[in-house]
Write a protein that binds this ligand. Sequence first.
Ligand code: G3P
Length: 232
Amino acid sequence: VTYLILSFIVSFLLGSIPWGVIVSKLAFKKDLRDEGSGNIGTTNAMRTLGKAGGAAVFALDFGKGLLSGWLAAYVFAPAVAGVPMDIAAADGELLLGISSNPTLNPVALCMALAFAGCALGHIFSPWLKFHGGKGIAVAAACLLFVYGPVGFLIEVAVFAAGVLATRYVSVGSIAAAVVCPLLGLYFYWGNWVAWVIILATALVVIWAHRANIGRLRAGTENRIGSKKKVAQ
Ligand code: G3P
């Protein structure tokens, strides 16, 4: 149980590092929260800081998600399961299949808690008075370990299809968040507690897009490349 709690707390703390605010303040003497859509993520960084700023925020946010997932898969989950790290590193699938009681499979729980931790840390950052971003980059990176490369690539494809079809980044993001628990039905079948944690996290990510959903309904959402004034 200690390692399960650690998996959540470490991921939450990693997720809570507000790279968008740090990069924009240090390198651009701006605060992303006062610019464009006011969001601290990659889309708004691209929009208001340019390609270099956007790439930096993406890399750092993605990096904290990767680190959360990696720590869960290769440090906390093996500790929870009582398996040495080198075996875990050799076979992540073996770890997921290790429990005779899938509903409370500690490995699945550990991975789901890391996923929830880094996304919630990003969205409710204690350093930003429990405000933050929308969790897409960080959650996607973590999914590379939670679902593995195939699940990750499906999510990237869903995101890309949503963005390319509509030129709204938020549509790709929301579509990926909707698909996430559906994919979990395959990757975490039987691991129901873990699946509910993944589902709840995806719902919070969708909720974090509520302003985008409002703008999409009103027809005022910001399109990629649009010269129109950015709506908050
Ligand atoms: O994931 C964030 C993206 O979907 C929307 O960002 O800045 O347009 O609110 P933004």
